[in-house]
Design a protein around this ligand. Structure first.
Ligand code: GAL
Length: 639
């Protein structure tokens, strides 16, 4: 696969005379893809049924003729104002019971049938019009599901749909009462019609109720997406995709991905560092203008799995964004580094957001590749350079990593529902495991909890995996030399009860969780020999061998039957120790990386990305700050 570059463009924001020049300049800059359409509904259909596609026809023609391939976006993330007159109850409702208002975007409830039909209708009109257009080479459905906290809605539409979903899942109200344990606090129901959404309860709702609602809400996203896919498939053979976000875990991306051909995501490294990553302030200072060295790669690897091998970056940050608490500019070299890093992880396309900075409305402070005055912004020359380097690089083929992490969206919903302690967070747990693997120079795959990977792994980690069953354990132990479970792995049933068989409840591993404690952030439990558990600590019993113990002699890591079980949430030092030990036991070779340098192996190349602002040395080679070294086997010993 030969990676390409693209850009997000809004022809409706600019006078038509500019399009032809824009298109020529895009091509000159080395871009081959252009995404458009995804927020254009008020121009496609200014009033119900008044279809005005002439401008979009001309835009597709102009950009296509210049040699660009178009990703056509369905505009369903921005319902126009008239839609609310037609469907006044289509707005999502927040947990306090207030409808979310018109005036920005994503103002719809995933369960509203009237709106779903409108979306299928506009997708059909667009499919009919552009499905066979030679310039339209891919389709994006909607824009960033879940962004701006929009997965969950407490609307009347959601309530009706939830009751139907519960009836389908549980069959009888008695079965639901039993599964949820509703005898507790006299919460038993006598019909599905009595069940409300789990907001505005006096104190916390039954976690089984809350978890069921999160599962339902995730299913609604998948169904919403599928409705448009089903329509578009009738008109086009071009791949369908969606642009997911960073650190959004409130719907099951694997499930949405089943109806799509390619996963894409929107990568804003500097925005994410300041906005959605817990880290020490020194770390945030060091990487202020580069982004966290693992956050992008984490999502690249995750979305490679969501896309079953096919994935893109749909929106790449090109300069300061407008939405984080602080918005510094990338250091010179970083836009190129992020782009090449994505390619190293298998991106088919890296597309920048956006072509020209908008002079109006919410994102007027968000950089583009051009300034609002049409001058080149700093990123443009890096884009050109990247395009040249990609042409030289040629094909980039992925290979299976030796290590995988099981990432399970439902585990996030479970632990969010009942965190038990302030510091315990599923994303952070998985991310810290990932970071430790990357610090050891390893390439990592993600696997969904219900899939058997094609090949075998040396090591598979399933930290915090809420629900375990024999089938999954069998699959894990059959495809890897070593599996690491815990903390909180196998801790609940899918209906949020403590399993009868105990925790984690694995036959081949004689280890039981007897007691759970959570700790405030300033307290941790030291492990003999170095490192500590933080936030979450379990007391284990059982005859499985102790590999590591806490300072009081109790088990911190147990081993049996090809599996290890971690009795807590390791801090960074402990993760590094565990990964080192695991490498020795599973036949992995580690490469201790200098701080901020990361390594990614493809089938015949090693990519080294230096997130530091200063040079680092690696096996005798100097890699400059914010630079990438691409090492082919013949050129150097990549180690
Ligand atoms: C993304 C979104 C874009 C734009 C961008 C700004 O989340 O998909 O439409 O708003 O952020 O950074």
């Amino acid at each position: 696969m030969k990676p390409e570059l693209g850009v997000c463009y809004y022809p409706e924001h600019w006078p038509e005379e500019m399009w032809v020049k824009d298109a020529a300049k895009m091509v000159q800059s080395g871009l081959t893809w252009v995404r458009m359409g995804e927020f254009g509904w008020s121009r496609m259909e200014p009033a119900p049924g008044d279809l005005q596609f002439g401008w979009l026809d001309r835009a597709v023609e102009t950009l296509g003729k210049a040699g660009l391939k178009v990703v056509m976006g369905t505009p369903t993330a921005t319902p126009p104002r008239w839609m609310l007159d037609k469907h006044p109850d289509m707005l999502a409702v927040d947990a306090q019971g207030n409808p979310r208002k018109f005036g920005s975007r994503r103002h719809y409830c995933f369960s509203h049938h009237g709106y779903i039909e409108e979306c299928a209708r506009i997708a059909g009109i667009m499919g009919e019009r552009y499905g066979q257009n030679p310039h339209v080479a891919a389709w994006q459905i909607d824009n960033e599901y879940g962004c701006h906290d929009t997965t969950i809605s407490y609307s009347a539409a959601a309530l009706n749909a939830f009751r139907r979903w519960l009836a389908d899942h549980y069959g009888t109200i008695e079965a639901l009462n039993f599964a949820w344990g509703n005898v507790f606090w006299s919460m038993e129901y006598s019909s599905f019609e009595q069940i409300e959404l789990p907001n505005l309860t006096v104190t916390e709702p039954n976690p089984a109720h809350a978890l069921a609602f999160k599962r339902f809400s995730s299913d609604q996203v998948a169904a919403f997406n599928k409705a448009q896919c089903d329509v578009l498939r009738k008109f086009t053979k071009a791949p369908l995709l969606h642009n997911y976000m960073g650190r959004v875990l409130d719907f099951d991306h694997y499930k949405v991905g089943e109806d799509l051909d390619i996963a894409t995501w929107d990568s804003y490294p500097i925005g994410f560092l300041s906005d959605r990553l817990e880290a020490h302030s020194e770390h945030k200072t060091v990487y202020l203008q580069q982004g966290d060295p693992d956050m992008q790669a984490f999502h690249h690897d995750l979305y490679r799995s969501v896309g079953r091998g096919r994935w893109w970056v749909m929106e790449q940050q090109p300069g300061p964004v407008n939405w984080a608490p602080y918005n510094p500019a990338p250091l010179p070299g970083m836009v190129r580094l992020w782009s090449l890093e994505a390619v190293a992880h298998g991106a088919e396309v890296v597309s920048y957001f956006r072509w020209r900075q908008a002079p109006m409305a919410q994102e007027q402070m968000h950089a583009g590749l051009l300034t609002p005055y049409n001058r080149a912004a700093p990123a443009l020359s890096e884009v050109r350079q990247t395009a040249d380097e990609l042409a030289e690089l040629g094909e980039v083929e992925q290979k299976q990593a030796q290590v995988a992490i099981v990432l399970d969206y439902a585990s996030n919903w479970a632990w969010e529902t009942q965190p038990q302690g302030g510091g315990f967070d599923y994303f952070q747990l998985v991310f810290s495991a990932y970071r430790s693997l990357r610090k050891a120079g390893l390439s990592v795959d993600f696997i969904p909890p219900d899939i058997t990977p094609h090949g075998a792994y040396n090591l598979i980690l399933a930290p915090g995996l809420a629900t375990l069953n024999d089938e999954l354990v069998k699959r894990l132990t059959s495809v890897c030399n070593l599996g690491i479970l815990g903390p909180r792995t196998g801790a609940i049933t899918k209906d949020f009860q403590i399993p009868d068989r105990g925790r984690p409840g694995v036959d081949c591993l004689d280890c039981q969780v007897e007691l759970v404690e959570t700790l405030p952030p300033n307290i941790s439990r030291a492990v003999q020999g170095g490192g500590a558990m933080q936030h979450w600590v379990e007391r284990l019993s059982g005859s499985a061998r102790d590999l590591l113990c806490f300072e009081d002699g109790t088990s911190a890591l147990k081993e049996g039957g090809g599996l290890w079980y971690l009795a807590g949430n390791p801090d960074d030092a402990l993760w590094d120790r565990v990964i080192n030990l695991a490498a020795q036991n599973s036949g992995l070779t580690l490469h201790q990386m200098p701080e901020g340098l990361r390594r990614r192996e493809t089938s015949d190349t090693v990519f080294l990305t230096n997130y530091n602002a200063h040079p680092v040395e690696w096996h005798g080679q100097i890699i400059n700050g914010c630079d990438v070294a691409i090492i082919k086997p013949e050129s150097h010993d990549p180690a």
